[in-house]
Structure formats: C-alpha cells, structure tokens
Design a protein around this ligand. Structure first.
Ligand code: HEM
Length: 409
C-alpha cells in the first residue's frame, strides 16, 4: 500500500479561506447558476466530509437558506447531513443527486437499458478515470492508502469488466489493459455533458481521504442504480401479469439480466483493501446499506415480507418501504398466484414465468451469498455500521425465501 501525504502535509493551504470568500460573494447575489461549486467541492475532497471546518458549514447553511428547491438545495442538504445529524446511507451515497427512476412510467425496454447503461458508464467510468489519474500521479484527490500499482491496474480491469455489457450496448470500447482503459475514457469523455460532469462531481462526497472510498461509493451507487431499475421492472411485471397471456415475461427477463450484470460489481469490490475500508469506516457510523430502500423495495415487490422480518431492524431502517408492504402493496408472488388461480395463463406461459421467477430467486440468493462472503472477509466479527451484530445478521437473512408461490416445474 502506498501513501501520498495529504494536502496539509504537502504544505498547501486548505482552500477554506477561498471557499468562505466565494460563498460570501455568492450570498450577495444568490443566483443558483452562479453557485461556487468548484471551491466547495475542492474543499470537501481536501479534508473529507467528516472534517469540513465549521466556518464552511455555517456558510453552506446560510447558502441553503437562500436556495430554492432544485439541484443546489439537494446538494447542500447532502453536504450538510453530518452537521444536521441526518447523515445516513442515502445521504452518504448522495442518492438524491443521481436521478434514479422511481416508477419508470412508460419507458420501453430499450429506453430502460439506455438510461441504466448511461448511468453505469458515468459512475464506473468515473472510478476508472480516478484510478488512472492516481496511477499517473496526476493529482487525484484522496491521497491516503493508495493501492499498489499492480492492484490498481487489476481494479481498472475489473471495472472495465463490470461495465462491458453496458459499453457494448452503447457501441463503445472497453478493451483490457491500461491502454484499453485510456481509450475507454476518451470515448466516455467525448459523450459527457456539462450537466453529467456536474452531477458526477456533486455526488461524490467521501467522509475522509482514503483512496479506496472513491470506488466504494461509486459501487454502492451502481448497485442502487441496478436495484432501482429492477424495482421498475418488477412493478411493471406485476401490472402486466393479469393482462395478456405471458405479457410480463419480457419485464422479468430484463430484471434478471440486470441482476446478472450487477454481480460483476462484486469482483471489483473485492479489490478494496481491508485496512483502507476500516480506516474510512471510522467515519461512516450510522450509514449502512441496511437503509437501502432500493434493495428492500425489490425484496418487498417479490413477496410480502414475513411479519417477523417486517418488525425487525431490516425494515425499521426503511420506514417508507415498510409502510407500503404493511398496506398490502401488490407483489409478484400474489400477482402470479392470482393469474394461475384464475386460469389466465396457458401452461407454456405459466411455466416460462415460473422459470424466470426461479432464476430471479436464485440470482438474488446468490447476491446475498456474495455479499455475506464479502462482509465475512471485510468485517470478521465486527458489528455493522447499521447497528446489527454484522455477519451473523447477514447469515440469518441470506436464506429468506424470495418468493413463496412457485409451481413445480
Ligand atoms: C465491504 C463491503 C461491505 C460490508 C463489510 C457490508 C456489511 C454489511 C453488514 C454488516 C450489514 C448488516 C447491517 C449493518 O449492521 O450494517 C449489511 C447490510 C446490507 N448491505 Fe452490506 N456490506 C458491504 C457492501 C455492500 C454493498 C456494496 C452493497 C450494495 C448496495 C450492500 C448492500 C447491503 C444491503 C442491501 C444490506 C441489507 C440486507 C438486509 O437487511 O437484508 N452492502 N452489509
């Protein structure tokens, strides 16, 4: 593990004074378009969100009181989460800045792929850019505990592998090797809009200065993108099940394809250094993916969770999803059982749907198993940041059935 001295040890002054000045100037003419994002972001990346000087937080709070609803307001809420004591998984991952779908409305399957692919290329492409920049010694932020070059190169290869299906659908290039990564970056950069660049910059707010937190955050965000689109497709399949015979099949197949591709993120996460994880984790207490509404939405759309799970820490952490489940939101399990009961499905369609559900179930169980193994490797006997006992919690929940009602083959 290499370590570059953090900014303060390089005797460069933190840009706090510049930042205060820029914020004061802005507050005299608080036009949203002129907000001084650059010095604020530079400052956040130079010390980590946990260590932002109080005078900056005061200025940002003042800026928030002058801002209307919109991207700036969302950004400031996320930047001030620790000060507000609202810091949690969603604000840690800056999910509100990512333009995640909530319903997906009438998007056709191609549009869903396009939006998801674009987002994953933005997020994981940003990891590749960051790693290459650090490897080139070109002033990447978060200088502590840099991985050895050979490890960083492995990481770049795994990021490219995780992205490859999306890049191929977009007719881009994701070849192997560092040269392949540079060609990929040139292709991606050519398509980056100003708005996307800004969104990428605003949505990366690590708590400290450890190199690996950059990738960790982008991977969490990438999983969230996948969960969000899977939930869109499950909701759609639930709506389609009572309709035409087998109408729900394409949605289920697409959900399965997304879950399959999402598994490519685990080998990438496996390149995180255990010591680095423990270092930045000191400042993430209270933010745990047990609060991932996206994951629990997927789970609760498959079938209504058992009462003991609904009453456990799992759903206490996602109150909005819990209310919907308790209010009896329709699930794939119910919709499929009803369609079978009412004889709406011919045997071949019923079998094909059941088969897709079986595949989905198997893949989600595999996801939980991979996550459990990861937690065992990274945490050992330590507790989780979501205040569960950690690995024993994951061990207990990893075999919870995904569906209840599936006819035999
Ligand atoms: C080294 C990496 C990771 C470790 C050590 C880890 C550890 C844990 C632990 C201990 C829990 C239990 C809750 C708690 O007390 O915090 C948990 C829950 C969870 N984690 Fe992770 N996690 C890691 C990465 C991820 C990633 C990348 C995701 C993707 C979004 C994720 C998604 C989840 C979800 C959805 C839950 C809730 C599971 C449930 O309630 O059934 N985790 N994780």
């Amino acid at each position: 593990m290499r370590s570059e001295p953090p900014r303060d040890m390089q005797q460069e002054p933190l840009p706090a004074a510049d930042c205060v000045q820029a914020l004061e100037a802005w507050s005299r003419d608080p036009e949203e378009a002129g907000f001084p994002y650059a010095p604020v972001l530079e400052l956040y990346l130079s010390c980590g969100k946990h260590f932002v000087p109080p005078e900056i937080l005061v200025q940002l709070d003042k800026a928030r009181s002058l801002s209307r609803q919109g991207q700036l307001r969302v950004f400031l809420d996320i930047a001030l989460d620790k000060r507000d004591r609202r810091y949690d998984y969603s604000s840690y991952c800056a999910l509100a800045l990512l333009d995640l779908p909530d319903d997906g409305g009438d998007l056709d399957p191609g549009e869903i792929d396009t939006r998801r692919d674009r987002m994953l290329v933005d997020l994981l492409g940003d990891v590749i850019r960051f790693e290459v920049q650090a490897l080139d010694g070109a002033g990447a932020p978060l200088p502590q505990m840099r991985p050895e070059p050979v490890e960083a190169e492995k990481r770049v290869q795994r990021a490219l592998a995780a992205l490859r299906p999306s890049v191929e659908r977009m007719d881009g290039t994701a070849e192997t090797g560092l040269d392949g990564a540079r060609r990929f970056l040139a292709w991606r950069d050519a398509a980056l809009t100003t708005q996307t660049r800004l969104r990428m910059a605003l949505s990366l707010q690590p708590v400290h200065l450890v190199h690996d937190e950059y990738m960790f955050l982008r991977i969490l965000q990438s999983f969230e993108v996948n969960f969000a689109w899977i939930a869109v497709l499950l909701r759609r399949a639930i709506r389609e099940l009572p309709e035409e015979n087998g109408a729900a099949l394409p949605s289920l197949r697409q959900a399965n394809a997304i879950l399959r591709e999402a598994a490519r993120l685990f080998p990438l996460l496996g390149t995180m250094q255990i010591a680095a994880f423990h270092d930045f984790r000191r400042f993430t207490e209270g933010a745990s993916a047990i609060q991932s509404a996206g994951y629990k939405r997927v789970e609760a759309l498959c079938r209504r969770p058992d009462p003991e799970r609904l009453d456990s820490a799992a759903y206490a952490a996602v109150p909005e999803v819990r209310v919907r489940a308790e209010d009896g939101q329709e699930t794939l399990d119910d919709a499929f059982a009803a369609a079978c009961r009412h004889g709406r499905l011919a045997a071949p369609e019923r079998d094909a749907l059941a088969q897709e559900m079986r595949i989905f179930s198997k893949q989600l169980l595999r996801w939980r198993q991979a996550h459990y193994q990861l937690a065992k490797r990274f945490l050992g006997t330590r507790g989780g940041t979501g205040y569960t006992e950690g690995v024993p919690y994951l061990d207990a929940v990893r075999s919870v059935p995904v569906f209840r009602e599936l006819p035999d083959r």
